[in-house]
Design a protein. Structure first.
Length: 609
């Protein structure tokens, strides 16, 4: 049994029992059983499953680890957190975040006007709202309205012009002034794909000179008492803890200096987001070198040490971790539609009364292959197929002979790989990689895994059943878009092996994991494949419940969403049928019925059982 790196990326969220992948929670339902129940209602195509308990698990872990670190280090500040809406703004995700974080007064972070309006709508009074990103006067005024409504809101300025606008809005009306934060442009830089979020060339933040100017502007406007937070961010998915520690030392000293300059209301230090999630399935390629326990301990210890040395009040510690909170809660399940070597099955062999000698020899090799002679017979078969292809090019054998030869050699290779799986040689591993199987999945990589397409970010993938059987096929995954980039190729350094399934007899489902961060919001409608159907799964001690079902958009609604008018489309297509001279009235009515059925279905393929 192969566990597909569950011990690396799954955080004990999933277990394998009786050959099926199950949730490691309460009644431990099988993913296969959940999918079969959903499909029993006629749903086809990929399916997104939300597990809100995994959001709660991550929120608990974040708060519990910081609470423990604060107690262990005798830290005098509190820990607070907000969820950045840019990571996932979809309704059932946000509702789960608010519900599961309610006891902690877990808040939201916004980076645009729309996100700010959503944060005002969803954040309970008493929980924090932080606002990052570039802002115009309208967005800043919206922040004033939020404060007037009773929200604990902090506008983090990204440049001096934003601060000047805040001062201008404050002077023009009598609305309650929101708290003000300063994003610091650190010298320290992160590592990895998103490291450009930090450093002196970063997109956001104030330099030391600008920070001093900001303090003067606030003093002159008599608003220095509203400066309550400084903020920094060194990148999403922070892989290495060393740059984090370096950045903490730098920002800790900046905080202490600002307190010395008279910012007596400054009592919050926002360390931003970036807390990493493990996506890799192979131990040699792990994407982070620290745990949540080490992260929280390092933050609390370093900040306490700096403040004690400077004789400065310990700040409250804010985080805006999004990926860590929500990535694990979303799973994509998709059926495999086709294996591209299915035409090599033995049932497709058609022998003649008299076959070429090489074909007869391959028949004998296929029959007599065993563990002892597997390597020798494999070499013979590979030699024979080269000879057969040469004879075909020269016109000495026909297409049926070639087909028989390819099927026999393919089956000899599969048998040899299976027989020698317990003691594979380097040659066999190389051959296994070379003879990849292509698995056509009923999904769009551009829609459901856009960061794989755009950034080559790996996501854990594994079958959700047949897990008592050893997988032997080196797998490349092809999606159903008509784009060659819609492929997850086989990588020998990070191999994915799947099962050899007869899809005419059995379904085969693959799961893609840790998709809750960014993938929904970034997904694109390439070929007009829209967001898959989604369901929330609530697990109890005895069973599970499927709720919050949202079916993928129909073909007509998909076209309507990009600017076409669905009624006009349907009207034109129906008129074409009614005006046709090629079919009878009954055929017209039958065709219209079929057309309406097809156009009301979602955009994914429905060829699976």
């Amino acid at each position: 049994m192969k566990n597909y790196g569950l011990d690396l990326w799954a955080s004990d969220n999933f277990i394998i029992e009786n050959g099926e992948l199950k949730l490691n929670y309460k009644s431990k339902p099988s993913l296969l059983k959940i999918i079969e129940e959903i499909r029993s209602s006629g749903v086809r195509g990929p399916v997104l499953l939300r597990f809100a308990h995994l959001i709660r698990k991550q929120i608990d872990s974040l708060y519990d680890n910081f609470k423990h670190a604060i107690e262990e280090n005798n830290y005098k500040g509190d820990f607070k957190a907000v969820f950045p809406l840019k990571v996932n703004q979809f309704p059932h995700a946000v509702e789960a975040i608010i519900k599961e974080g309610k006891s902690y007064q877990y808040g939201l972070e916004a980076g645009s006007k729309a996100e700010l309006a959503l944060a005002m709508y969803k954040t309970p009074l008493g929980a924090n709202i932080t606002v990052n990103g570039f802002k115009d006067k309208e967005m800043i005024s919206l922040g004033f309205i939020a404060a007037q409504s009773g929200h604990e809101i902090t506008l983090t300025i990204e440049g001096l012009n934003e601060l000047k606008t805040i001062i201008e809005v404050a002077s023009e009306n009598s609305l309650r002034v929101p708290n003000i934060g300063i994003r610091v442009r650190l010298h320290s830089v992160g590592k990895g794909t998103w490291a450009k979020s930090s450093g002196m060339d970063a997109k956001f933040g104030l330099t030391a000179t600008e920070i001093i100017q900001a303090i003067k502007l606030l003093k002159d406007a008599k608003l220095l008492n509203k400066l309550t937070m400084i903020h920094f961010h060194i990148g999403s998915q922070m892989q290495d803890i060393a740059p984090i520690k370096k950045a903490l030392r730098e920002v800790g000293n900046i905080y202490a200096e600002l307190r010395r300059l008279g910012a007596s209301s400054l009592d919050n230090l926002n360390i931003g987001g970036g807390l990493a999630v493990e996506y890799e399935q192979h131990s040699h390629s792990k994407s982070r070198n620290y745990s949540i326990k080490e992260f929280s301990s390092s933050v609390v210890f370093l900040l306490g040490e700096i403040m004690d040395a400077k004789n400065v009040k310990h700040p409250n510690i804010f985080t805006e971790s999004g990926r860590f909170i929500i990535a694990s809660h979303l799973v994509l399940i998709t059926p495999v539609l086709e294996l591209f070597s299915q035409d090599y099955q033995e049932e497709f062999l058609h022998f003649k009364e008299k076959n070429p000698p090489l074909i007869d020899e391959l028949v004998d090799l296929n029959k007599l292959l065993n563990h002892a002679n597997a390597i020798e017979y494999l070499h013979d078969a590979l030699d024979h197929i080269e000879s057969i292809l040469t004879l075909f090019d020269l016109g000495y054998i026909d297409l049926q002979d070639r087909s028989n030869g390819e099927i026999l050699v393919h089956n000899i290779i599969k048998k040899a790989l299976y027989l020698k799986s317990a003691s594979p040689t380097i040659e066999l591993e190389q051959l296994q990689s070379k003879l990849q199987e292509r698995y056509l999945i009923n999904a769009s990589i551009f829609q459901s895994l856009p960061d794989y397409w755009g950034l080559k970010q790996h996501f854990p993938v594994m079958p959700i059943h047949h897990l008592n059987d050893t997988p032997h096929r080196a797998a490349a995954l092809w999606d159903i878009t008509c784009d060659s980039d819609g492929e997850i190729g086989f990588k020998p350094e990070k191999p994915l092996y799947l099962h050899d399934i007869n899809l005419d007899k059995d379904d085969y489902f693959l799961g893609f994991f840790n998709l809750g961060a960014y993938q929904e919001t970034l997904g694109m409608n390439h070929n007009l494949f829209t967001k898959p159907s989604e369901y929330t799964i609530t697990i109890t001690n005895s069973t599970y419940k499927i709720t919050n079902s949202i079916e993928s958009k129909s073909i007509l609604n998909t076209l309507d969403s990009i600017g076409y008018t669905k009624d006009e489309i349907l009207d034109k297509l129906e008129k074409d049928i009614l005006n046709s001279d090629f079919i009878t009235e009954k055929e017209k009515n039958d065709t219209l019925l079929q057309l309406n059925i097809f156009l009301q279905q979602n955009t994914y393929l429905r060829t699976t059982k």
